[in-house]
Design a protein around this ligand. Structure first.
Ligand code: IMP
Length: 175
């Protein structure tokens, strides 16, 4: 039988769109005259990134990294692995990381260290959502869309056990 968790709407598509608009304006303002390299963290950031970049009138480039995920659990194991690294040389580039969510901060801080070692000219973080009450490792978010309560969320790219990424709104997964 297919597991059918209860979903409760938390952030509707209009509110998400407003947050994406605001982030795009902030990024455009700060990267004028630059050729940033946006690095999306797969798989969760792909919906957000697709909406964001279409509002960025900048000569940007894209790449992706894939890190080990939670699998079918809601807890970070604390061990992060690079499953697919960045293909574009990033030395001397203005790198902007695009995250779907910062939760404990373990994954993001690992990724920022991994990228920093490759000597970008600048390294910033844009996250659509943040769950500050869950933080275990400090992470500074340069561009933040929405702050969330301590709930597991799905939709707009975010999954639970690979499901629900296609939902256009963000939902809380109820126990
Ligand atoms: P962190 O290392 O705990 O900050 O977790 C980062 C990654 O965990 C995110 O990029 C997501 O893939 C996943 N994650 C954390 N919280 C959620 C959630 O509420 N819904 C879906 N995925 C989540």
């Amino acid at each position: 039988m297919v597991f059918q968790p209860q979903l409760k709407i938390l952030i509707g598509r209009d509110e998400i769109a407003k947050a994406v608009d605001r982030l795009a304006s902030e990024i455009k303002r700060d990267y004028q005259g630059k050729q940033p390299l946006l690095i999306g963290v797969l798989k969760g950031s792909f919906v957000f990134m697709a909406d964001l970049i279409r509002q960025l009138d900048l000569p940007l480039e894209l790449d992706f990294v894939r890190l080990s995920s939670y699998g079918a659990t809601r807890e970070n194991s604390g061990r992060v692995r690079v499953v697919q690294g960045v293909k574009t040389p990033i030395k001397g580039r203005d790198v902007l990381v695009i995250e779907d969510i910062v939760d404990t901060g373990i994954t993001t801080s690992f990724l920022l260290d991994y990228l920093r070692k490759r000597k970008p000219a600048s390294l910033k973080l844009c996250a659509l959502t943040d769950k500050p009450s869950r933080r275990r490792v400090p992470v500074s978010i340069d561009y933040l869309g929405l702050s969330l309560p301590n709930k597991f969320v799905v939709g707009y790219g975010l999954d639970f056990d690979q499901r629900f990424r296609n939902l256009p709104d963000i939902y809380a997964l109820e126990d």
